[in-house]
Design a protein around this ligand. Sequence first.
Ligand code: OGA
Ligand code: MN
Length: 286
Amino acid sequence: MGIEARLIKQKIGVEITGINLSQPQSDDMLSEIRRLWVDHVVAVFPGQIVNDDQHIAFSQRLGELELINMAALQCEGRPEIYEATNLDKDGNIMTDDHPILTINRGNQKWHSDSSFKAVPATASMLHAYIVPEEGGQTEFANMAAAYEALDAETKELCEGLTAIHDFYWSRRDVEEQAFTKAERDAIPPARHPLIRLHPETGRKAIYVGSHTREIEGWNFAESRALIERLIVHGTGPEFTYRHDWEVGDMVLWDNRSALHRGLAFDDQREKRRLHRTTIAGTGTTL
Ligand code: OGA
Ligand code: MN
């Protein structure tokens, strides 16, 4: 059986059907999938019946996996799986002030996964188990297409700049005591080029998001203004795709060239649980 690929939007997204991700894939199939998702930044695989082990096994074909650094964010017994959820380990909705819920709500800001690491993630793949009736979609932005659409002056301004990314900047609204000192020390700020060269496509992409604190050597207010301007530009309608989740959907995206964010939902009434694997990067970005 061959796979079918349908472009979702001109500048972002491909839907891949005719494939069963619970089964091992051939090397040829893997390279076809890799070509499709790298070219289109986001690949959607609807209606997969896949468990965590199969999700991990498929993801490992794309590269080594990151292990989730905070135990409270992991799926029990599986450090390869991050749970994007408002539910506790018993399946109950977390209270409004629960620090883990606050950390997870941080995903509602545009970001690139683990850009706070010196070697940030190559890709991530979410699998939907429980989805709310309303809201809770995930949006993706093609930051390579956004780079190409910048005016020449802004491209020149950004060239050669280095940005500082910091997990505790994007989570500055989370109570101090939610993190142990060891957890803080384990994630020091990281430096990345503001304009990142994609190692597989050779395309340049704007590399900023919620973890980006400031631009090295710039004053703070000017840093913030440029970072926010780039995020607003990159997440405009022509560069973005909004995924409306159905249970069983799997979505794979390229963190080197995409921003993403979860949209809000009524997390004190409705339930949502998605599992994510994270494909580790292969080197530093500078
Ligand atoms: C993530 C993430 C957004 C969402 O899992 O990395 O940002 O919609 N999730 O849950
Ligand atoms: Mn994320």
